[in-house]
Design a protein around this ligand. Structure first.
Ligand code: GLP
Length: 262
């Protein structure tokens, strides 16, 4: 796993955007794994800047979101479909027809989960999956005790996650759905590259357990340890509980030229 500690949240966004842009420059039809929440917003902003400057073109890229609430129609502003549309698809100049979110309002949710898996496979798989992490170590909506072999499925949100996300529902906990559809940890691990971004002290414990703790279903993020091309981009606060941070800094300062990303 590549661990990069950066001075602040803006640097995390810029570094993640540079890595995604490098993937798209090499493969303009790249399939991007998209994430919601606060963590990736800086990445999308930095990527938008690269698009505006003409340094990367995402118009031929495809996107698959990680997760969606069950029961929120796509037009609801809190739905991840709407969130992805307003924070990713439109500002980054992606083709809406090529960007998908799990259909949380499908009549047959289980069939919709299977179709989503098939759509990812049909698109050739995800080239780079952007991830945030929950304070309880979840990735996507794979809450603690999710199987490392799990595929896209319906999950019940953990109380902590609903509390954390109530801020997107005007603080009204009762308005936060109880269920979601999420890509499984096995689905996420199929992506060719994983890029996890985390900022702030509130994520420091989850980050330390993800990167340096034992592989455990109690920490879904620890599944990244099983992936051959996982990068974790952290600001100083999110990195503050890592025990090997000096080693990560040393490694980043001595990267061989062929591993450098601007
Ligand atoms: N389902 C999303 C995750 O994909 C996200 O990574 C995580 C952290 O959210 P935030 O970045 O807002 O802290 O929780 C949310 O509930």
């Amino acid at each position: 796993m590549e661990i990069v500690i950066l001075p602040d949240a803006a640097a995390v966004g810029a570094a993640a955007a540079a890595r995604i842009a490098a993937v798209v420059r090499a493969k303009p039809e790249a399939v991007l794994g998209l994430s919601t929440g606060s963590s990736p917003l800086g990445t999308y902003e930095a990527l938008g800047e690269l698009v505006r400057r003409g340094e990367v073109d995402l118009s031929r890229a495809a996107g698959f979101a990680l997760d969606e609430y069950v029961g929120l129609p796509p037009e609801s502003p809190q739905s991840y479909a709407a969130t992805i549309d307003t924070t990713v698809t439109r500002p980054l100049g992606m083709d809406p027809a090529r960007v998908r979110t799990p259909p949380g309002s499908a009549a047959d949710l289980e069939a919709a989960c299977e179709e989503y898996e098939q759509a990812i496979r049909g698109a050739g798989g995800v080239d780079v999956q952007l991830l945030g992490i929950g304070a309880n170590g979840h990735i996507g909506f794979n809450e603690p005790t999710s199987s490392f072999a799990s595929r896209t499925r319906i999950k019940t949100l953990a109380p902590r996650t609903r509390e954390d996300n109530a801020r997107f529902f005007d603080g009204d906990l009762d308005a936060v759905p109880l269920h979601c559809i999420t890509q499984g940890l096995g689905t996420i691990l199929d992506a060719r590259r994983l890029l996890l971004v985390a900022q702030g002290e509130a994520k420091a414990d989850a980050v330390a357990r993800t990167v340096e703790g034992p592989l455990s279903a109690m920490v879904p993020g620890s599944a990244l340890q099983l992936h051959p091309h996982a990068t974790v981009l952290l600001d100083e606060a999110a990195a503050s509980r890592l025990t090997l941070s000096e080693y990560y800094r040393f490694t980043a300062a001595h990267l061989p030229p062929w591993q450098r990303v601007d």
